[in-house]
Design a protein. Structure first.
Length: 429
């Protein structure tokens, strides 16, 4: 019990220290622990009276909006983001998850506050996830503490090095290309910038997630994997089963499923479930976009992805009805159809990301030809990437130690030579 409390206390202290280190003023760090304590105080009442759940969620969202928009507008807090109240949106997500699970009898409503705060403020995942469940964390925390074995250091230590190498070194290349594409005129420059930005975002976020998962494993805590080769997705819906997996699962369980269930119950149109599903996708992705940031760019980004996901779902349903189960399965096996679906899915995501960085003045007819250039590049790159992925992964796994040493040497050399790491994700989210 003492070891459990000591670990929980260390995790809470580490999370608060991280927030304090990144916050520009002492006041800027206060919303995170304040929201964490408020959410923990709601746990038992919501578990005992599930009807309080909507009011509890509304209170959390209201507090989030007050800190993210209201207080910065009044000059009482710096803007959210890097240098603002780091980790606030992530803590809110976890608290909503905890309260919903508690209302459904799945969360440990009698858990002491300290372990819950340790879960909310766990340093490796505090900034951007992955989003794990309280039940899993508390189970790991209750397990007997043990120093990592040699195999743990070999495996997860390599993950730490690989994550740092990706965030600092590998991501620097696409970031530089992105900046050059922004400066280039016309459709070609936009296409280069779009592809480079998506690549930078993937490498940065996947590297960060690998770093978080590996550090957590060395601390005896399991975090879910967050990426599974998103560029290998076969359509738009599959992109979100491979990209930021823990966030996608969160929105599926806590937003999309309840929203679709409510639409079906309200309309009774079970035969038109695919159209209602399209509406639920649009609403879900709109909320996901606004979670990343309040503003028209984030709303449009989410709405574009939601419409694309909805169209994808409706198209799948209508094709299956028209062709029959066997005919649709045969269509999906065709290489031209599979390639077109993959390019459409990944390409839509790449182009939707443009909303986050494209200057309004640059919006022009060049976007359409830029999209065609992106599609042409992906039509070549995606099949090539799939062919190379498995052999490369197997080779790196077989030579994990040597790869980690080489990455560590290259990382040290790059920093020594003055490589400026690319910006963190918070510049855009």
């Amino acid at each position: 019990m003492l070891a459990r409390r000591a670990r929980a206390g260390a995790f809470v202290a580490g999370g608060l220290a991280l927030v304090a280190w990144l916050a520009p003023t002492p006041a800027a760090m206060l919303p995170v622990p304040a929201m964490a304590l408020a959410g923990c105080a709601m746990l038992r009442p919501v578990a005992a009276r599930p009807r309080l759940l909507p009011a509890a969620i509304a209170a959390l969202v209201g507090l989030f909006l007050l800190v993210r928009e209201g207080l910065p507008a009044l000059g009482l807090l710096p803007p959210i983001g890097l240098g603002g109240s780091i980790g606030l949106s992530y803590v809110m997500f976890r608290l909503i998850q905890l309260l919903v699970d508690a209302a459904e009898g799945e969360a440990p409503a009698d858990a002491p506050p300290l372990p819950l705060l340790a879960w909310l403020l766990f340093p490796p995942s505090l900034l951007a996830g992955p989003i794990g469940r309280a039940q899993d964390f508390l189970e790991d925390l209750a397990a007997p503490a043990a120093w990592p074995s040699r195999e743990d250091w070999r495996r997860h230590g390599a993950g730490v090095v690989g994550g740092l190498f990706g965030v600092v070194v590998l991501a620097a290349g696409p970031w530089w290309v992105f900046r050059q594409g922004l400066a280039a005129p016309g459709a070609f420059g936009l296409a280069v910038a779009a592809l480079a930005f998506a690549t930078w975002l993937w490498i940065s976020f996947a590297g960060y997630s690998r770093l978080a998962v590996s550090l957590a494993a060395l601390m005896g805590v399991r975090l879910p994997e967050n990426f599974d080769r998103p560029w290998a997705a076969e359509n738009m819906l599959a992109v979100w089963s491979r990209w930021h997996i823990s966030l996608s699962d969160w929105f599926r369980l806590y937003v999309f499923n309840p929203l679709l269930k409510g639409l079906l119950a309200t309309t009774g149109a079970t035969k038109q479930a695919h159209w209602l599903g399209a509406v639920a996708y649009a609403g879900t992705f709109l909320l996901m976009g606004l979670w990343h940031g309040i503003g028209w760019r984030f709303a449009l980004y989410g709405l574009l992805l939601g419409v694309a996901a909805g169209v994808n779902k409706v198209a799948q349903t209508l094709l299956a009805r028209r062709l029959g189960k066997a005919g649709y399965a045969s269509l999906k096996r065709r290489r031209d159809y599979a390639l077109a679906s993959a390019v459409g899915g990944v390409g839509t995501f790449v182009m939707a990301l443009m909303v986050l960085w494209l200057p309004v003045a640059a919006v022009s007819v060049a976007i359409l030809p830029a999209g065609l250039i992106v599609a042409a590049v992906l039509a070549v790159a995606l099949p090539a990437g799939r062919l190379a992925a498995d052999p490369a992964t197997n080779w790196m796994e077989a030579h994990r130690g040597g790869v980690a040493i080489a990455q560590l040497v290259l990382l040290a050399a790059a920093l020594a030579l003055g490589l400026a790491p690319p910006p963190l994700l918070y510049q855009f989210f």
